[in-house]
Write a protein that binds this ligand. Structure first.
Ligand SMILES: *Cc1c(COP(=O)(O)O)cnc(C)c1O
Length: 359
């Protein structure tokens, strides 16, 4: 039986990438050792990392005045590194509150800065991105931060906010590489790898080079972006295997036509699942139409008492990891780049069948 993995992260990886990694596992390109065994200062590994960066730059169209950093510590560490490094003498920072992940970023930033809430989705129960006309951006501030896709709530920005003169900072952990974006609109983008890039262990930071300056006093060497920018992300030992795997994913996405091709594929998958939910009185997704995520689709059943039976039946058919986040309940289907259309077709077939039996 084929398994379709709807996990929110660590998440499904492209099967051809896993097969390639398997082929190369013991002997990378005839050098007689595994990527995992290579010195990061040897002859081979730096080429792997350089190629990964080159492929990512081509894929996202990253301008030359941006640095690509391969860091560790997950997006959570970026919640602190962003204010520590980008305050540049300011007291205040702007945040947009759209759900659980932006809230965590806000709480962490509040340890270092005065957080001004430029906008909040609270009035909508965090089921919609607040309309940009109502935002109140504090201009005497270091930057504006938002979360392009709320992985738990299933709320996604379908536009890039206008931060005026301020650098725009984005947590793109769960939708990076899912669609083309204009990198030049941003001051800094960060993303943990384990949603839509590769295995856990590497965190991507894309930062405009004029923002690399003095961090707040007491910042540890490892949390200073300049440390990593000045050493091509090889100041200390990088997460070599995760970067190698991410590089295989970047190369594959380039081969397959890039991010507009991914976007069309993601739109088609999400449309099928939303249509199935919206056409039924049995399933429900609470998110406003203009804010619905193409990546993470939460839904509930008409009767919560059926949740266990739904999940058990799904697992029997190889549809796994559909249980919603513990803070949200219900179900959540994550449809990252590597989820094939057949997986969504199998899911909606099962959903219709379950509804016929229990609806
Ligand atoms: C998963 C996630 C995080 C946390 O990532 P870690 O790599 O576990 O630190 C932060 N933000 C968003 C939007 C996420 O989806």
């Amino acid at each position: 039986m084929h398994i379709y993995n709807f996990s929110a992260g660590p998440a499904v990886l492209p099967s051809d990438v896993l097969v390639q990694a398997q082929h190369e596992l013991l002997d990378w390109h005839g050098c007689g050792m595994s990527v995992m065994e290579m010195s990061h200062r040897g002859d081979e590994y730096p080429l792997i990392q350089q190629q990964a960066e080159a492929d990512l730059r081509a894929l996202m169209g990253i301008p030359d005045n941006y640095r690509v950093l391969f860091l560790q510590g997950g997006a959570w560490t970026q919640f602190a590194m962003v204010p520590m490094n980008l305050m540049h003498g300011h007291q205040r920072v702007n945040y947009v509150h759209t759900g659980i992940w932006s809230e965590k970023a806000i709480d962490e930033a509040a340890r270092y800065a005065k957080v001004h809430l430029a906008a909040s989705g609270k009035d909508s129960g965090f089921h919609a991105v607040p309309a940009p006309d109502d935002w109140q951006i504090e201009t005497d501030a270091a930057y504006l931060h938002y979360t392009s896709n709320e992985t738990i709530g299933g709320v996604q920005f379908q536009f890039i906010p206008d931060a005026g003169v301020l650098p725009l900072v984005c947590d793109m952990s769960s939708d990076i590489l899912s669609r083309p974006i204009d990198v030049s609109r941003f001051g800094l983008i960060y993303a943990g790898a384990q949603k839509n890039i590769g295995p856990a262990g590497v965190t991507l930071v894309i930062v405009r080079d004029d923002l690399l300056g003095e961090p707040i006093p007491g910042t540890p060497t490892m949390l200073d972006y300049r440390t990593h920018a000045e050493h091509d992300s090889m100041f200390n030992t990088p997460p070599t295997w995760s970067i190698y795997m991410a590089g295989l994913v970047f190369a594959k996405l380039r081969r397959e036509g890039g991010l507009s091709v991914m976007q069309a594929h993601n739109q088609a998958k999400a449309a099928l699942l939303y249509r199935t939910i919206d056409d039924s009185d049995f399933y429900h997704n609470p998110v406003a139409l203009d804010s619905r995520s193409l990546m993470n689709i939460p839904f509930t059943l008409a009767d919560r008492a059926l949740d266990g039976a739904f999940l058990a039946g799904a697992t029997e058919r190889g549809l796994v990891q559909l249980k919603g986040h513990r803070l949200a309940g219900g179900m959540r289907a994550s449809l990252y780049n590597a989820m094939p259309m057949q997986g969504v077709v199998a899911l909606v077939d099962y959903m219709r069948e379950f509804e016929r039996m229990h609806g």
